[in-house]
Design a protein around this ligand. Structure first.
Ligand SMILES: NC(=O)c1ccc[n+]([C@@H]2O[C@H](COP(=O)([O-])OP(=O)(O)OC[C@H]3O[C@@H](n4cnc5c(N)ncnc54)[C@H](OP(=O)(O)O)[C@@H]3O)[C@@H](O)[C@H]2O)c1
Length: 289
């Protein structure tokens, strides 16, 4: 018998959620997954469809769960929906639900680069949600991930789309560095964070072993496809992001990309005791997809 009674996952149809729910289901964990829209259930999974995660609908069903993994978030805002509403206020709502439902642990995905010195709207909303979680008094683990990559993450889908069109556009020089981490490692760490005491009340950078320039990443990604790679003037890229709601990169996508954020992979490796996939090696061998 599994020692967990119940684990709750929010934002069930998102990229990390889908992969995490599959991983937990395969380990026979009792799951309750919540989404705004209908979705296909895994084994051992109960489904809650709720537009606004209202207390009346949720409280009884999630009561006394072992952990809630909060994976709701947006990386692009509009006049209809902004960072403060989804990333911060919604986290506040979830934390209040956790308190009322006496949930023992909350796991949250913030972002690499979030800190008290942060100045962009996206990072500020993530920083404020971290604070809400920390001040809740509930046992927490906050992760600050770099790019989480796999078969169907946003960056991978974006690059595949450009390859299909025969042209990948790199904003600016492409010499800024990223530190991608594979989704399989991320779901393992999330599970560890709810099973191992050492993760209690920790903030942890989730970064892969390779720190690689975006240009090199794109070249490896498109190897053998005959795709043209073109550097786009950064001023043009930002102007497109500011004026065109359908631009390839949103303003904060660019801020995060150009930000050159760095984490300590060796520290993560030592702390988790895990062996990590090298995203670069996966790309080189074509096994990322
Ligand atoms: N992927 C990465 O590389 C990465 C890196 C750093 C941090 N993160 C963070 O990790 C978390 C999960 O990322 P992800 O890549 O899985 O993102 P994702 O695919 O965009 O999923 C996020 C989910 O949030 C839910 N959501 C969005 N807007 C909402 C709203 N207004 N109200 C309620 N729910 C809403 C949606 O779930 P439903 O449609 O099921 O309702 C959506 O699928 C996010 O907080 C993200 O900021 C991700």
């Amino acid at each position: 018998m599994n020692k967990f009674r119940k684990i709750i996952v929010t934002g069930a149809s998102g990229f990390v959620s889908r992969n995490l729910r599959k991983y937990l289901s395969e380990r026979n964990i009792d799951l309750i997954s919540i989404s705004r829209n209908n979705f296909k259930q895994f084994k051992n999974e109960s489904k809650i469809v709720s537009k606004n995660y209202d207390e009346k609908n949720l409280l009884k069903k999630i009561k006394d769960s072992d952990a809630l993994i909060h994976l709701v978030g947006i990386g692009k805002q509009s006049v209809d929906i902004d960072y403060n509403v989804v990333n911060t206020e919604f986290t506040n709502h979830i934390v209040n639900l956790c308190k009322k439902a006496k949930i023992k642990k909350i796991v949250y995905l913030s972002g690499l680069g979030v800190s008290a010195k942060t100045s962009t709207g996206y990072f500020i909303s993530k920083y404020n949600s971290e604070k809400i979680i920390i001040n809740s008094g509930i046992n927490y683990t906050i992760f600050r991930p770099s790019y989480i990559v796999g078969k169907d993450d946003l960056l991978t889908k974006h690059l595949h789309k450009q390859i299909n069109n025969g042209l990948i556009k790199i904003p600016g020089s492409g010499s800024y560095m990223i530190q991608p981490i594979h989704i399989n490692d991320v779901v393992k760490i999330i599970f560890k964070s709810i099973t191992e005491v050492k993760f209690k009340n920790k903030i942890i950078d989730l970064v892969g072993s390779d720190r690689i320039s975006f240009e090199k990443y794109v070249k490896l990604f498109s190897k053998g496809t005959n795709t043209i790679i073109k550097k786009i003037n950064l001023e043009y890229s930002y102007r497109d992001a500011i004026t065109n709601p359908k631009s390839d990169f949103g303003i904060d996508d660019l801020n995060i990309l150009i930000g050159n954020f760095k984490g300590n992979h060796n520290k993560l490796k030592k702390f988790t005791g895990m062996k990590f996939e090298s995203v670069m090696r996966l790309l080189e061998s074509g096994r990322l997809f």
